[in-house]
Design a binder for this molecule. Structure first.
Ligand code: TXA
Ligand code: MG
Length: 326
């Protein structure tokens, strides 16, 4: 892979080169602990426009801005509630995105025209190193959606980014290879605009973890939203979908793909795609095994969903949307 024009190893030199590429308006795909992101200078409208082109994503869908630490919160957000500060202290760097009231620096081309901004401090050392280096040479941060085409499965390996986006990237763009993403599904998105935090997209930071950290109940749609509904593309009913049809909790037939916990045996003639040992393992291998089904040109993938709460809730959320097809 290292002889590809897009993929590099991640020595300090490479990080500096990648930060310079971002500053020059190019795109840099980089590993995070959740999934790979497709990064651009969050203050450069032309660069951000290219993210939308490469992803084929509608331009009114907001992007998450990746910052290096809690100290950068004030640069992008205002009116930050105490509970949001507390959450960022406990869970950053990590797989959690906070939705806050934006400051002027966060332009419409980042927020999709909304008055809010999504902020995250990722924990992957290459992501953090890149953001720090970029902040050193600019007065900006890195806007990055997941590095996949709109509606498709997020990438958890550099090669997935390369395979999916090579046609759309240009020679000055880069893909940093940081191995397989350890969490495997996208960050928990927490709406911090109301009196209580509300989870918009479940992830590895679970409701129970948020609640324990704060000692208060979370808000929910049932308790009434304090503001107009906000657009989260990950909340579309069809998303995260491979080409193969995803079918949930059925008995797989001969020739179909099968993803299930390691305790469940594979029926004869069925193509086993993954046998995760735990819910965390399930999240880690899920997207790569959905991609493997497409590489094998399978028509159907049967998934036996994990039950229970914790990260299993987020896995079921993604699987339900994947099963709604493309
Ligand atoms: O784990 C992650 O969050 C990954 C890595 C790369 O950080 N990023 C990611 O980005 O999943 P993306 O764009 O694929 O999904 C982010 C979601 C989108 O559904 C977007 O609509 C929502 O976050 N979002 C971003 N800013 C928002 C805002 N201001 N208000 C509401 N939703 C927002
Ligand atoms: Mg995405």
């Amino acid at each position: 892979m290292s002889d590809s024009p897009f993929i590099s190893n991640c020595a300090a030199d490479t990080i500096r080169e990648a930060a310079a590429a971002l500053k020059a308006g190019h795109l840099v795909a980089f590993p995070t602990e959740t999934v790979y992101g497709l990064g651009a200078d969050a203050r450069n409208p032309e660069a951000v426009k290219r993210i939308y082109e490469v992803k084929g994503r509608p331009s009114d869908h907001p992007l998450i801005v990746h910052i290096s630490s809690i100290n950068q919160l004030d640069m992008w957000a205002t009116g930050i509630p105490d509970y949001a500060i507390e959450l960022s202290r406990v869970f950053w760097p990590g797989p959690m995105t906070l939705i806050l009231k934006r400051k002027d620096i966060a332009k419409d081309f980042i927020t999709g025209g909304q008055d809010t901004i999504g902020l995250r401090v990722p924990s992957h050392p290459i992501a953090l190193g890149l953001i720090q280096e970029f902040e050193k040479i600019t007065d900006s941060a890195i806007a990055a959606p997941s590095a996949n085409r709109f509606g498709h499965v997020s990438p958890t390996r550099a090669l997935d980014v390369f395979t999916e986006l090579r046609k759309y990237l240009s020679w000055d763009d880069l893909i940093l290879d940081g191995g397989t993403s350890n969490v495997g599904i996208e960050s928990t998105i927490v709406d911090c605009l109301g009196t209580r935090p509300q989870v918009l997209r479940p992830g590895a930071i679970t409701d129970a973890m948020l609640q324990n950290a704060l000692g208060i109940e979370l808000g929910s749609n049932e308790t009434g939203s304090p503001h107009p509904p906000i657009r989260v593309s990950g909340s579309l009913e069809s998303h995260y979908a491979p080409i193969a049809k995803v079918v949930l909790d059925q008995i797989p037939q001969v020739g179909q793909g099968f993803i299930a916990g390691s305790e469940i045996r594979t029926p004869e003639g069925v193509i086993r795609l993954a046998s995760p040992e735990s819910d965390e393992d399930f999240a880690r291998v899920l997207y790569a095994s959905l991609r493997a089904a497409d590489e094998k040109k399978l028509d159907f993938i049967v998934v036996q969903q994990p039950d229970g709460d914790g990260i299993a809730t987020a896995i079921r959320d993604r699987l339900r949307r994947a099963a709604n097809g493309r």
